[in-house]
Design a binder for this molecule. Structure first.
Ligand code: XIL
Length: 302
């Protein structure tokens, strides 16, 4: 293929990007988006603070801009994210206990119902585990409602939308030997054993020199897939430049392609200037929209 989307499709996979609604009027941005990508994730527009800024009042305008653009272009949508400790509206940040549990479940139900039929995969729960060596859940207002909050969110999402794939999404889960990776693995194993509805695990894959692509990345993806879930790389970016960056991107793509159930890769933005990273050049297109060496290595590896 001559584009990322077409090349990934040759092996039945998708290639996607994060999209910001306010960039859909930038013709360079939209030109690359429409040419290269077959899946989009709203970078911020489907987060809890964006969709439910006031409790019980849902605001879908910006999210719908992205969804409608995607549908019009024949792209699919990854929903991001129904339940998360971060980017909560103020009203939710100030809640706890049963009231918070019910507010979270209502949010999951309302949003998944609104988008029923339009979402390929939902990141139902994002970033629920701690970094470091504990393997524990991350402390958050949601976690303090009870350890079963994650499965409750998955069950509510399935009840609202029986066809979207339901994913758990996290970062620092790339290295198979890390405690956080093992802890997420045990949760997915437990969910599969008990029939909690989970279909996929997303690996954010934000890499830099302090957090490089691990050499056992393929092992991690393969071991999760063996639990009976699809795996996806959901927010890929790698700080660096030139051939070193290109090689790391190639390694990620090769690791995914070596795992049958690794069925999609999404980069977290289009041009370096679109990146959430404060500095650096972590993406596949330079700030003018030109293809970088990393682009070519990804295209060739797909
Ligand atoms: C980031 C966005 O890119 C930024 O624009 C925003 O200010 C903060 O969130 N993990 C996730 C994403 O799951 O939602 C985050 O996106 C990046 C880290």
């Amino acid at each position: 293929g001559t584009t990322l989307g077409a090349s990934a499709a040759e092996s039945g996979r998708y290639f996607g990007t994060a999209v910001a609604a306010n960039k859909l009027s930038d013709s360079t941005y939209v030109g690359i988006l429409n040419r290269e990508f077959k899946m989009v994730t709203a970078e911020n527009e489907m987060k809890i603070d964006a969709l439910e800024p006031t409790q019980g009042q849902f605001t879908y305008t910006n999210a719908d801009r992205i969804v409608n653009h995607a549908v019009g272009q024949g792209m699919r949508v990854r929903g991001h994210t129904l339940a998360w400790h971060s980017q909560q509206p103020t009203w939710m940040q100030n809640m706890s206990g049963t009231a918070l549990r019910n507010a979270m479940l209502n949010h999951v139900t309302k949003v998944a119902t609104y988008y029923r039929g339009k979402i390929h995969s939902w990141d139902v729960v994002n970033e629920a585990f701690q970094d470091g060596t504990s393997g524990a859940r991350r402390d958050s207002n949601l976690q303090r409602t009870g350890n079963d909050w994650i499965e409750a969110a998955f069950r509510a999402a399935r009840a609202a939308d029986s066809s979207a794939k339901l994913c758990y999404n996290d970062y620092n889960t790339d290295n198979w030997s890390h405690a956080k990776t093992q802890a997420v693995y045990r949760m997915v194993q437990d969910f599969k054993a008990r029939g909690v509805p989970i279909d996929c695990v997303g690996f954010q894959a934000h890499f830099n020199s302090g957090n490089p692509v691990p050499s056992n990345y393929h092992t991690t993806l393969q071991n999760f897939a063996a639990l009976g879930v699809d795996v996806q790389i959901t927010e890929l970016d790698i700080e660096g430049s030139g051939s070193s960056q290109a090689q790391q991107y190639q390694g990620i793509v090769q690791a995914c392609l070596a795992v049958t159930r690794c069925n999609g890769i999404t980069v977290w933005g289009i041009r370096d200037s679109d990146s959430w990273r404060a500095s650096g050049t972590p993406l596949l297109f330079d700030s003018s929209g030109n293809k970088k060496a990393a682009y070519t290595s990804v295209l060739n590896a797909l």
